[in-house]
Design a protein around this ligand. Structure first.
Ligand SMILES: Nc1nc2c(c(=O)[nH]1)N[C@H]1C(S)=C(S)[C@@H](COP(=O)(O)O)O[C@H]1N2
Ligand SMILES: [Mo]
Length: 156
């Protein structure tokens, strides 16, 4: 299914697709209109050593939840079959599980950040923030695509 509405931001919107009721184009303004969290994360990069950044933005699970993932919301076990794939403009990507984000399970407060170190990210696009990660590789910059997938095709 193709996203239905376009709210163009400076960086180009983020596409949210896959197994959701309402695929969407997310603008930076739209992400800012959601409840905001802030957090400082530090991590080790093999190349650049210890890094530390301050981010603000909505919780990733709120962003995806608003699009209506196609699980039975009242059935905790059904949610555990879902994956969230995150893609950066340069092709760097990571796959997360719904279970690691869900407050009833791993409860990782991942953000889709709209500002980094007190500068807005409108030029770059949003930034995935994974609090608790020791390596920086899942703090994906310039996110362009989020895709929700159920596990069915893994077993096919
Ligand atoms: N889009 C994108 N984001 C990325 C990467 C990348 O290659 N592409 N590298 C990751 C890695 S390995 C690290 S350590 C951090 C480094 O972030 P910093 O240099 O801004 O502190 O960015 C992460 N985010
Ligand atoms: Mo890194």
């Amino acid at each position: 299914m193709e996203p239905t509405s376009i709210e163009q931001g400076t960086s180009g919107p983020v596409r949210l697709t896959g197994e959701v009721r309402e695929p969407a184009w997310l603008s930076m303004a739209g992400l800012r209109s959601m409840p905001q969290r802030e957090m400082t994360v530090s991590f080790e990069c093999r190349r650049s050593g210890t890094r530390r950044h301050f981010f603000t933005g909505p919780l990733l699970i709120d962003v995806i939840g608003a699009a209506g993932p196609l699980f039975d919301p009242g059935e905790r076990k059904d949610r555990l079959r879902f994956l969230v794939a995150v893609l950066g403009r340069d092709g760097h990507r990571a796959v997360l599980s719904w279970g690691e984000l869900d407050p009833e399970f791993g409860n990782t407060a991942a953000l889709l950040a709209v500002s980094m170190d007190c500068r807005d990210l409108d030029e770059q696009g949003p930034h995935l923030v994974m609090p608790g990660d020791r390596c920086g590789a899942r703090h994906i910059s310039q996110v362009t695509d989020l895709r929700v997938c159920a596990d069915e095709r893994l077993w096919g």
